[in-house]
Design a protein around this ligand. Structure first.
Ligand SMILES: Cc1cc2nc3c(=O)[nH]c(=O)nc-3n(C[C@H](O)[C@H](O)[C@H](O)COP(=O)(O)O)c2cc1C
Length: 192
């Protein structure tokens, strides 16, 4: 098969999605949706995350030096999409039904409905022209008990949580079926 050059993008390269949780100045939680997260090695496993432009999540990570990254699954996709398409600077973004708790190690908000969360501490950051890359230490990984159940196979456990992947501005379920374009699932979220 011959190859063709196409415009630069990361289309057809699926990404895992995370909701980054930070505490606002008033102590209440805020969540934003992010896919530019990957892993680094520096004697131990770490995380790198890139945040483009100015947004509340970035302000709060800079101010506190910590955040949570909560894995997005099919069950929470509408909420995740809403958090990815609603500006944290708008006062009523968080007027939606969400149950949160505090991290086991860091003072970060954990989304109860996500089965896995990293508690992250920024070790170093790299400022770009319009973005910033945060290099983070993973201070804790908090999971639902069912994910830690070694009696079940990895296949059974990952199928039970069904992480969402995204590419081409479209969400995909764990079995590969399309679950809507960016901005669509979040329309089902009703504000309080
Ligand atoms: C599917 C999806 C993935 C996103 N990934 C990123 C990302 O990796 N980096 C980024 O800077 N913004 C990303 N965004 C945009 C943020 O989620 C959006 O700016 C949101 O308002 C951030 O929350 P905040 O305003 O409360 O900080 C993404 C949005 C969507 C819909």
């Amino acid at each position: 098969m011959s190859k063709v050059s196409v415009p630069i993008s990361n289309n057809f390269c699926p990404q895992t999605l995370f909701l980054f949780g930070t505490y606002k100045e008033d102590g209440t939680p805020n969540f934003g949706l992010f896919c530019w997260l990957s892993y680094i090695w520096d004697g131990e496993l770490g995380v790198m995350a890139c945040i483009g432009g100015e947004k509340l999540t970035k302000d709060r990570i800079r101010a506190t030096g910590v955040f949570s990254a909560n894995l997005v699954t099919e069950a929470i996709l509408p909420l995740a999409d809403y958090f990815g398409n609603t500006d944290g600077y708008s006062t009523d973004k968080m007027n939606v039904p969400v149950k949160t708790s505090r991290g086991a190690v860091l003072d970060v908000p954990i989304l109860e409905s996500s089965p896995l969360a990293f508690e992250l501490e920024v070790a170093q950051s790299v400022s770009l022209h319009d973005g910033e890359v945060f290099l983070c230490r993973i201070r804790n990984v908090l999971v639902d008990e069912e994910l830690a159940d070694e009696e079940k196979s990895v296949e059974e456990r990952i199928q039970a949580i069904a992480p969402v992947r995204t590419t081409c501005m479209t969400y995909f379920g764990w079995n590969g079926e399309a679950l809507g374009k960016w901005g669509e699932p979040g329309q089902r979220i009703v504000k309080e």
